[in-house]
Design a protein around this ligand. Structure first.
Ligand SMILES: [Zn+2]
Length: 176
């Protein structure tokens, strides 16, 4: 496995054990070049699945192999600083992957995956949900985002912490 830090070709496995839910093997590796440590996961992939992406302006469809890591990245970006246990995020992503694999199609649209992530995040954390949705739905007008966010703030109800985080996100969105 190539080192992600220095691109050295070889690394040694220092430790290897199943994850909590027993759906993957987690390996701690050490680079033989720079000595950096990193982790890899070995998971079952039932079938080869292709993701179809429509370009934003209605041009050609692009196809790429399904990549769990991409879902992990957008989920953890949406959940940053929300103190949600990593285990919950892993479960969310595993659930989405399982749904896709059991749909029985060799191809899935990025739109379908996006909706699954939104569903999962909505149940997990309203702030993370809004963050993901605001990127995914690509609100073109600040007003659209505010309208959408205010419905979620209402849904968050008496959760003061969530209301504040949502309002903070709204306030900083225009400056980003
Ligand atoms: Zn290295």
């Amino acid at each position: 496995m190539r080192c992600p830090f220095c691109a050295h070709e070889n690394s040694q496995v220092k430790d290897s054990r199943p994850t909590e839910d027993n759906t993957a093997i987690r390996r701690r590796r050490q680079c033989e070049g720079c000595g950096a440590r990193f982790t890899t996961f070995e998971r079952v992939q039932l079938r080869e699945i292709t993701v179809i992406k429509a370009s934003a302006h209605g041009g050609d469809l692009r196809r790429e192999p399904f990549d769990r890591a991409k879902i992990e990245q957008s989920v953890s970006l949406a959940c940053r600083k929300r103190e949600i246990p990593q285990e919950r995020l892993d479960q969310l992503v595993s659930g989405i992957q399982r749904q896709i694999e059991t749909m029985g199609d060799a191809e899935v649209s990025s739109h379908t995956i996006g909706e699954m992530v939104m569903d999962g995040l909505r149940q997990l954390d309203s702030v993370a949900y809004i963050r993901f949705a605001s990127v995914y739905r690509d609100f073109s007008e600040a007003r659209d985002f505010e309208e959408f966010a205010s419905t979620i703030v209402d849904a968050a109800g008496s959760d003061q912490n969530q209301r504040e985080q949502i309002q903070h996100d709204q306030a900083t969105k225009g400056k980003a």
